[in-house]
Structure formats: C-alpha cells, structure tokens
Design a protein around this ligand. Structure first.
Ligand code: ADP
Ligand code: MG
Length: 732
C-alpha cells in the first residue's frame, strides 16, 4: 500500500507493544501525527569537549556511547546509585549517579548520549576522573568532529539536535530517526499549505515543507525559530478565524435594542449600599453602549475576585427587564416592540454561587416588585413568595418553567440546569455567564428560540490571564477590564513564610481565630501527569493536613476538608458548614469553589506556595478579600531558594491579577497558566503567547479575512481547519 499522511504509524514501522503504547500516549496514530510531533527544544553541541581533555573541577559536556550501566547500593554508604562509562574517540570516563538508580534502567545500554556535569577525581595519587551526578540525555546522533571517526557514518553537518517529548518505550532518538525516514520518503510533498501565499510573504514565514524540515532538523537556531513561528502563527490564526467566525454568526441576526433612560439607571444604582467604582461605571457604560446597537453584545468582563462584577451584571439586568425594546427590521429601521418584560438568564458554575447571586439579586431588585427565579439541580425557588412578599419560596420545577416560558419571571438565575431543553424563555434578551469560559454556540442555541432576536451575551471571569491569551481565546468577545477594587478594602497582608517561621506564624493566626475569624488552608499542588492520580494524591494530602492541624496545631477548632474527589453534595455541605461557621478551618485543594463568598474567613494559608503560578496564588488569596476586615495571606514556602522566594515577592507589589499573569507567562512560560492545557492550545502556540505582535497580527488578519468573507469561500482548506479548531476548543 502506498504511504500517505493518513497511513497508521503501526503499518509503516514494525512496532513492539511498548512502542505502540508509547505512541498512543503521545497521541501519535498516523504518519501525519508523527510529522506534527515537534521537538520541545534543541540541544547544542558547540560546547562539547573530548574526553581526553577533561580535568578535575571542569564543568563539561561530552558526547559518546554509554556502556556498563548498572544500578545498586553503595558499598559502605548503602545509598542507591547507578553507574556507567561513556566513551568517545579520545577516551573513556566513569559516570556515577547517587539516589537515581532509575537512570540506569531508563538509558539503553550502548546509547549515544550527551553528558553534562562536573568532573571529580577519586582520592589518592592520580585518582581516576569521573562525572558525579551528571545530566544525561540520549541523543540522535553525534555531532560532527566529536564522534564520527569513532562511530562511523551518521553525523550530519549541523550542531543542533532536536529533543522530542518522549514516553517510556519511544525515545527522542527513535522519534528523530523515524520522522527523518518519513521525510526522506517524500511525504512532505503531500502536505497542503493552508496559509495563503500572501500571508507567508507578508510575515516572512517559511512554507509548510520548509517549516517541517527546519523544525525537525534545523541547520541553525534561526531556522528552527522561523519554523516554530510559522506553526504558532498558523494555530493562533486558526483559533482567531474560528472565533471571528463565531462572532460574525452571533452578530448576523438582529438583537434587542435596549435604551433605558439615563435617569432610571442612575436611580437604580443609587440604591446600592455603595457608590460604583470608576471601573464599574465604565463597564456599565460599555454594556449600555452595546445594548443601544442593533447587534447582540458579546462582551467579556474580566475582573479580580472582589472587583464587583455582580453589581455590573445587575445594572445590565436592570436595563433589560425595565426597558421596552426595539428590533431592527431588514431595512435597518428600529421598530419598537409592544411587549415589555425582557428576560435575563444568569448562569453560574455551582449551586452555591447561584444561590448566592439569587440572594444578592433579591437585594438589588426587591423594590421593583419583579419576580426572580432560581433553578438548580437540587430544586427551584421563586421570589417573592405569596405569603411573604419579602422572602422567597421553594416551588416545583414545572411551575417555575411555566412562569419562565410565559415571561412572568424576568430574571432566572441557575446552574447548568438552566440550559436544559425543557427550559424555554419568552423573550430572552440577556445571558450572563459567571466563570464559565466555554459557553459555546451549542449551549446558546439551546437557550435561544427560533426566529427570536439574538440575546446579548455578558461573560464574566476572575481568571487573570495575559492579554495575548485573552485576545486569542476570547477573540469573539469584546474585552472590558474591571481593574479597580472598591474603595475602603484593606489590601491583604501577604507574607512569604520560610519553614523556620512556621510555628511563629501559627501563633499569629491563633489570635485571629480566637477573635472569631475563620481560615482556609490550601494544600500544595502536586504535579502528576495523570489528572486522576493527581486528584487522588491531593485529596490524600488534604486529609492528612487536616489531621495534622487537628492533632498538633489547632486542636481547639473544628476542621473540615474539601477536594475534587468529593461528590458535589458533599462539597456543598462542607462549603455551607464553613459559611455558617460550623467549621472553623477549611482544608482544601486549589481547584474548588473559587468564587464563594465567606466574609468571616480572613486568613488563608497556602502550603507549598512556590509550586503555584503567581496568578493562581493571587486568585486563591482573593477568597479572603471579601470583607472590610483586615485579611491575611500566608504563603508557606518549602524552599529557601532565593529565586523562588524572589518570584513570590511579586505578590506583595503587584496591583492586580493581570500583572501577575503576565509575569507568570514571561518567567515560567504559558504552561504555568492555569487551565491552559484544557483549552486545547498546543505547546508551540503557548510559547508564542509571549509574542504580543504575533498574536495581534494573527488576530488582525483573521478579522480581515472574516469581514471580507465570513464563509472563507476562497480558502476551503483554511475554512475546514478553522472549523476543526472550533470543535477542539469548545467541546473537548
Ligand atoms: P466579584 O464577582 O467580582 O468577585 P462581587 O460582585 O461578588 O465580586 O462583589 C464582592 C463584594 O463587593 C460584594 O460583597 C459586593 O457587594 C461588594 N461591592 C461590589 N461593588 C462595590 C463597590 N463599588 N463598593 C463597595 N463594595 C462593593
Ligand atoms: Mg463573582
């Protein structure tokens, strides 16, 4: 059978079962997948030395073949160790690793390796030289001049070698050789370049064939860089195209034109127990501006925890439910509608948050005498109750849905239960989405009735992400930042606590607790490649930490736990117990219930703080930013490494989460941004997020392509690639 891009790797190469498994783990099925398995970096061989030139005390890199690998225990010390000998054309030298016996097992006997480390010398006269604990890496081939005369053929005329993501069973070297075989078989000619020629020229990007050769076997660093840039541009451009396309679709149909009198908004806001911040004013104005146009709003409100997003959503909801709308006809004329009573759907990620917002909305809207509904998996409520006009009552789901369908309930707050098929609105004009980035076209379609005007969309998030990522992932949304906290909030006292100060810090905390306050304890992030295993390990550490605190630190208080292995109802119970003060200290993982408001919790401890990204630490600390009382965040560091402590200090100086997200991106790379992997962005595109100019260019081009032709009729392969991107990022 002819070799094509779709040929399964298993048909092309004779694979052992471990190799099959490894390729599956790496997501490589077809030959094309193999071509798209890119190196993560390139090793450089220019610094390489010959073994016979090494001297005691040198820190050196050598290339050669490793043999005699074995693992065992030190003769006297009983420390586990591994050793082996590396040989090049000029000599041999012993390598010893302590406490890393697996190195001997993971490295194939006789492999070509790169060794980097310090040269030591055994005691005694003319003691033998050896590498102690060197870094070892299996390489594809020996660089020219170092080994080719000893090992024969092979060495290419370049001194960069690619390092691929490996998995047990297939090494970087295996990947390299087999990718080269595919390239030599002429398969690159089959690859279609989906990027239009004028784009390649405009941005100096290599075509797909050249880029493939350069990324897998670059002659120089610049070529590898150009190739990576091309693939990154391509991916970001595709994401942008799919987002811009979604935006164009959303804007294609008319929406409700909502123009409330200025005065009525001002009166509504005047009833708030606080004046709006400048940022809240600006956000409200942006939303009302969107409402006055005849296309649906698609706006993202990004603001730190506590910046007051709910109040902004309330202003938008007020405008929608109190204004008689117009809808533009085919000629673009505004036709006033007869009906009042537009409706608002407010979606929350958890029941607790939905209930919390239901309560705040009653506070904001009660005086108007309008109905507010709550829909969650565990039941429905409506405000006001017939018997108690100041309170709410439980009602059946069927009854509530009926009132939603006939328009009697203008504001409905709920969880995912809100977007089930059975929920129908009469005139849905505004969808508010709290902390749920991936409300896709399909979900929206469920809420919107056929032939009805498009509802406006207000998405809200506290996840601080860098600008480049927001521009990419939310390319279909207009961005408003709430970059100001309400006045009078005391800044959180944040301290980086070294291991030696732990006891002292507990004593300080004891005073807060004695004064009636509550505390969160966040257990450290534990990196495990398998998410299930990770959740289990963290759950264990949460339980152990709770036990330790109870037994030896705060025996006088009740301590609860919460982690992602618990059932939703168990989590809700723990959170409620905490909220109502039955639990004094809540030990939890970092992932759950970020937005819940417990004003009496004013202390948070974060264990293993250096393992978190700064933006995530900031979000965690936001949990205690809820009251006007002084709040404290103690970041317990496990190391005293100056670098990680330096990094943590940014928490004390940064003005907001976005600033911290930017520094995470610059210092630790996009991989550190929380949740990025699940958004389905590749490593190469993540890297490119550091490059604002590239992202802006891709976005501008995508917007231009879509505005000229939303269907991309001239670029069918670009269109299908963009559609595939949409599926990936919305519904994985
Ligand atoms: P977010 O959803 O952005 O995290 P919330 O909307 O829950 O924040 O608001 C947090 C708290 O701040 C609430 O108790 C709210 O009543 C209060 N709040 C909102 N806006 C202001 C303001 N302008 N001034 C004072 N307090 C405010
Ligand atoms: Mg909120």
């Amino acid at each position: 059978m002819a070799l094509t891009l779709e040929t399964p790797v298993a048909d092309r190469f004779r694979l052992t079962p471990p190799q099959r498994d490894a390729l599956r783990r790496l997501g490589i099925v077809s030959v094309k997948d193999l071509l798209y398995h890119f190196p993560t970096r390139y090793g450089d061989t220019v610094e390489a030395r010959h073994i016979d030139s090494l001297e005691k005390g040198d820190t050196a890199v050598v290339f050669g073949r490793i043999t005699g690998l074995k693992a065992g225990k030190g003769f006297k010390t009983k420390v586990t160790m591994a050793d082996g000998t590396i040989e090049d054309e000029t000599g041999r030298i012993h390598c010893v690793w302590f406490n890393q016996p697996y190195l001997a097992k993971m490295t194939p006997e006789g492999a070509l390796v790169r060794i980097e480390g310090k040269v030591s010398q055994r005691r005694g006269e003319a003691g033998e030289l050896y590498f102690s604990n060197p870094k070892i890496e299996v390489v594809n081939e020996l660089p020219i001049g170092v080994g080719d005369s000893l090992f024969g053929d092979g060495a290419a005329a370049h001194n960069l070698y690619p390092v691929y993501p490996e998995s047990r069973g297939v090494s970087s070297a295996w990947l390299y050789h087999n990718i080269q075989k595919i390239i030599k078989a002429g398969l690159l000619d089959e690859l279609e370049d989906i990027l239009p020629g004028h784009i390649l020229v405009k941005y100096h990007l290599p075509n797909i064939r050249t880029a493939m050769i350069w990324i897998h076997a670059p002659m120089k660093k610049d070529d590898a860089e150009s190739a990576r840039k091309r693939f990154a541009f391509e991916e970001i451009f595709l994401i942008q195209l799919s987002r811009q396309k979604a935006r164009a679709e959303y804007k294609a149909d008319p929406s409700f034109i909502i123009e409330p009198p200025q005065r009525s908004i001002a009166e509504f806001v005047k009833r708030f127990p606080f004046p709006l911040t400048g940022a809240q004013e600006r956000a409200s104005a942006a939303i009302l501006g969107d409402f006055s146009r005849d296309q649906a709003m698609t706006r993202l409100l990004e603001g730190d925890v506590g910046s007051g997003k709910t109040a902004v959503a309330a202003v938008a909801a007020f405008a929608a439910v109190t204004t008689r709308p117009a809808i533009a006809n085919a000629e673009g004329e505004r036709v006033p509608q007869k009906f009042g009573n537009l409706q608002v759907a407010y979606m929350c990620p958890t029941e607790i948050l939905a209930t919390q917002h239901f309560e705040s909305f009653i506070g904001y809207f009660a005086y108007l005498g309008i109905h507010i509904g709550l829909v969650t998996g565990s039941g429905c409520r409506v405000f006001p109750s017939k018997v108690n006009p100041k309170g709410w009552t439980d009602i059946s789901r069927a009854q509530l849905l009926q009132w939603v369908a006939n328009g009697e309930i203008p504001i409905v707050i709920g969880t995912h239960a809100l977007i089930q098929k059975s929920v129908a609105f009469k005139h849905l004009a505004l969808i508010v989405i709290d902390e749920q980035h991936r409300f896709g076209t399909a979900q929206r379609a469920k809420l919107v009735r056929k032939n009805e005007a498009m509802p406006h969309l207000l998405s809200m998030t506290a996840t601080p992400i860098p600008r480049t990522l927001a521009l990419t992932l939310y390319g279909d949304l207009d961005l408003t930042l709430l970059d100001e906290l309400p006045a009078g909030r005391k800044p959180i006292v944040t301290e980086i606590v070294y291991p030696t100060k732990r006891e002292e810090t507990y004593e300080k905390i004891r005073q807060e607790l004695a004064a009636g306050r509550q505390m969160y304890v966040i257990c450290p992030r534990i990196a495990e490649p398998d998410p299930d295993k990770e959740a289990a390990v963290i759950a264990k550490s949460v339980k152990e930490e709770a036990k330790r605190l109870k037994e030896s630190v705060f025996p006088e208080y009740t301590i609860g736990v919460m982690h992602s292995k618990m059932k939703p109802t168990e989590k809700d119970k723990a959170m409620n117990d905490f909220k109502e003060g039955r639990i004094k200290i809540l030990c939890s993982t970092s992932v759950v219930e970020v937005g819940v408001n417990v004003p009496n919790a004013t202390v948070i401890i974060i264990e293993g703080a250096e393992r978190f990204g700064l933006a995530q630490l900031h979000q965690l600390r936001g949990r205690v930013m809820r009251s006007s009382d002084q709040a404290y965040c103690y970041c317990f560091a496990e190391t005293t490494s100056e670098k990680s402590v330096e990094r943590l200090k940014a928490l004390k100086t940064a003005k907001n989460g976005f600033e911290l997200a930017e520094s995470d991106l610059q210092q630790r790379g996009a991989g550190e941004l929380s949740g990025l992997r699940q958004w389905g962005v590749s490593d190469i595109a993540m890297d490119a997020l550091k490059n604002l100019r590239l992202v802006e260019a891709a976005r501008a081009e995508a917007a231009r392509f879509i505005s000229e032709d939303a269907e991309l009729a001239k670029y069918p392969s670009l269109r299908s690639a963009a559609d595939a991107k949409d599926v990936e990022t919305h519904f994985e």
